[in-house]
Design a protein around this ligand. Structure first.
Ligand SMILES: [Zn+2]
Length: 441
């Protein structure tokens, strides 16, 4: 059984217009994550991720791994430090202003990589030339990346160290790369659907990454530094203002946050780094590469921006730190004698049997606090289901107040006995899972 009183969660109250570690509080995910004791800044643009946020990120990583592995991606780990010489060969060393660099005792230069195109091309070059029979190849990793932001802000949305899923495709031809690109885009769509987030794929310039095709994956949310124009009739999204290029309809302009980026890179990296493959006939040729990123900590913060109110966090259902919070009666009350520790134990065990809820239930055992006070905190934390053992546990059979979290809103309770509660949670969890399966097929 997991008790709330044992969770390391340093809750604080941030006064209006306060600065934390010289950083202004500029958006709600930043404020609420800090206030609820989910993250802790260690300096400008760096954060300690605390247990509840860590659980949420772990869940998000599982979901992203599942999505990207469903299209054949293989998991690898590359060193955090990339030799600067590789970036010199591709011409990116001078053009990226936000690189964090280090030097070892032999005066060899490295960079704390923001992205790994060079490292992957070097790996493929080192083992190559590989046979066309091994293609297409899709390698991915989930690790922390670094960007020495000039002005880190908005908490996890623009941090100097951040968790990211980055995948790299190697292909024999541009046509192969394009086919793989669309398959992986579909995997992205399923990942965002599973999170119940409306993320738009929009054409983007390739910038310093180079290559021929590039899309940004944008989630509309208030503090977004990007602008998104979404057609009111066909929902086509683009970054340029004006009428919809698809149907000519009117568009609305929204602030949005880039949560992913995908590119077909061509031979920009494989050529200078000599990452070659052997075709069915003829001499070795440079691989056609593609790359795919999802900013994991940024996606978490962006989804909180999109779903939360100013006062209360709201999570995509599948990545909330815990799915259910149980609040027992206040010690010494009438309900406490009827529905005390033993009854809460029994309730916990019954709920744990619901498929999908095992090890995903938290019990608020601070029984000296009133139910109201604990409920207020539970609502602020945004647990998808809060089950309160209040006055109605004196009924026969006992009834529970069940609060289901809704984006942007304070939850309203329904009163259910244990059987009804189990049916609701089973249906709900199964219904969610069913939806995921449907989306897969
Ligand atoms: Zn349109």
């Amino acid at each position: 059984m997991r008790y709330l009183s044992q969770i390391f969660q340093p809750i604080i109250t941030i006064p209006k217009n306060a600065k934390i570690k010289n950083t202004e509080i500029t958006c709600k995910s930043q404020k609420l994550l800090l206030e609820c004791g989910l993250v802790r800044p260690t300096g400008t643009g760096f954060f300690s991720i605390l247990p509840l946020a860590r659980r949420s990120i772990d869940k998000l990583e599982v979901l992203i791994r599942k999505g990207i592995e469903s299209v054949g991606a293989q998991n690898i780990t590359l060193p955090t430090l990339t030799p600067s010489s590789l970036w010199e060969k591709t011409g990116r060393l001078g053009s990226e202003a936000e690189l964090l660099t280090v030097e070892d005792r032999h005066e060899k230069q490295y960079l704390l990589a923001p992205t790994y195109e060079e490292a992957v091309a070097d790996l493929l070059s080192d083992v190559g030339p590989i046979s066309y029979k091994q293609l297409p190849l899709l390698l991915y990793q989930i690790s922390n990346k670094f960007r020495d932001e000039h002005r880190p802000k908005h908490g996890l949305l623009r941090a100097r160290e951040f968790a990211m899923m980055d995948a790299y495709g190697a292909h024999a031809t541009l046509a192969c790369a394009e086919r793989a690109y669309e398959r992986i885009s579909e995997a992205y769509r399923r990942i965002f659907e599973e999170l119940q987030l409306q993320v738009f794929r929009v054409s983007a310039p390739s910038g310093v990454m180079g290559g021929s095709v590039s899309h940004e994956w944008q989630l509309p949310a208030a503090p977004g530094e990007d602008r998104l124009c979404v057609c009111l009739s066909c929902h086509h999204a683009s970054t340029s203002e004006g009428r919809c290029v698809v149907c000519g309809g009117e568009t609305e302009s929204l602030g949005s946050i880039e949560v992913g980026h995908t590119f077909i890179l061509g031979t920009k990296y494989s050529d200078p780094l000599k990452a070659h493959f052997i075709p069915p006939s003829g001499p070795a040729e440079p691989l056609v590469m593609s790359c795919y990123g999802i900013g994991i900590t940024r996606l978490l913060a962006a989804s909180l921006e999109a779903l939360s109110s100013d006062k209360s966090l709201r999570w995509p259902r599948h990545i909330a730190p815990y799915s259910v919070l149980v609040i027992g009666p206040k010690e010494g009350s009438k309900e406490w004698s009827a529905h005390g520790v033993d009854s809460i134990d029994r309730l916990y065990r019954r709920l744990s049997e619901v498929p999908g809820l095992t090890n995903d239930i938290l019990v608020d055992d601070r029984h000296t606090l009133t139910i109201g006070k604990r409920l207020l905190m539970g609502d602020k934390m945004g647990f998808p289901y809060i089950i309160v053992c209040g006055r109605s546990t004196l009924d026969n059979p006992p009834k529970y107040e069940v609060y289901k979290s809704v984006p942007h809103q304070q939850s309203a309770p329904v009163l259910l006995n244990l059987e009804e509660l189990l049916i609701m949670l089973t249906d709900k969890v199964e219904c969610d899972n069913l939806k995921i399966l449907e989306n897969k097929n």
